[in-house]
Design a protein around this ligand. Structure first.
Ligand SMILES: [Zn+2]
Length: 259
């Protein structure tokens, strides 16, 4: 039989940064577009195991409010920052205690977790970099929105730009794209802005960098694992995956030459 857990009367409560152990009631931030639906559902089930009452979790990418919740018609509606999606069991249990009882020790533990994951909170400063999306042959803005819509259910809160032209000289490798979590920015190598680089390859590069944006990079043996098994698995969901890889193999030399 489910346990009925008494819930405080106050309609909502929040954990904010940077005063992580302080609980201040504030209006909820507007929702945003960061959604990884399967991860959200898995997390909701994990949290549900600690609760006796129905729960609905929304995932946010807020800068200030990491945790907030209120009860609507017997359902606990929690809005949680995406940093919690891959939290370990202790943190999930603390979250449950905090949501239903505002447990002080749980609140301290959550405050530490938020502090440790501060890097995953989007920066407040406007992007310093000048963004350049239009190329001579490929339009990165168009590529970004079409890949986001096709594979991630809508526009993601991220920007894209052509990278700087590197100094001339022979090179043996080329980084097609890079992702900066701090800047929430994807940079695409300018060598790809050529007529003979097919659109599906451009889409693959953008897709790969977007996966870095939405998936956490787990730490294994003290090192960040950027291409985790989950990453590799998700990557194969790209429609032209094999074709893109074989195009890359066949054209790497050409990309490196004359640039
Ligand atoms: Zn990568």
């Amino acid at each position: 039989m489910p346990v009925q857990v008494p819930v405080p009367r106050r309609p909502r409560h929040v954990i904010r940064v940077p005063r992580t152990a302080t609980q201040i009631a504030l209006p909820l931030d507007p929702g945003n577009l960061f959604v990884d639906e399967s991860a959200r559902q898995v997390f909701e089930r994990r949290l549900q195991l600690h609760l006796g009452s129905p729960l609905m979790v929304s995932v946010t990418d807020n800068r200030q409010t990491m945790i907030s919740c209120r009860r609507v018609g017997g359902i606990l509606r929690a809005r949680l920052h995406h940093m919690f999606l891959d939290a370990d069991g202790d943190v999930v249990a603390a979250l449950a205690r905090y949501l239903v009882r505002r447990d002080r020790r749980a609140s301290l533990l959550l405050g530490r977790y938020i502090e440790d994951n501060r890097i995953r909170i989007k920066p407040s400063q406007p992007r310093a970099a000048q963004l350049r999306t239009a190329g001579d042959h490929h339009d990165l803005g168009d590529l970004l929105s079409s890949v986001s819509r096709t594979y991630f259910g809508g526009d993601l809160d991220i920007a894209i730009t052509w990278g700087k032209r590197p100094p001339r000289g022979r090179r043996r490798t080329i980084k097609m794209g890079t992702y900066s979590r701090d800047e929430r920015l994807i940079r695409i190598h300018p060598a790809l802005d050529r007529t003979w680089v097919p659109r599906y390859f451009m889409e693959y590069v953008v897709f790969h960098e977007l996966l870095h944006h939405i998936l956490p990079s787990p730490t294994v043996d003290g090192r960040m694992l950027f291409h985790s098994p989950e990453f590799r698995d998700r990557e194969r969901g790209f429609r032209h995956f094999d074709r893109a890889l074989s195009w890359e193999r066949q054209n790497l030399g050409k990309l490196l030459r004359d640039y």
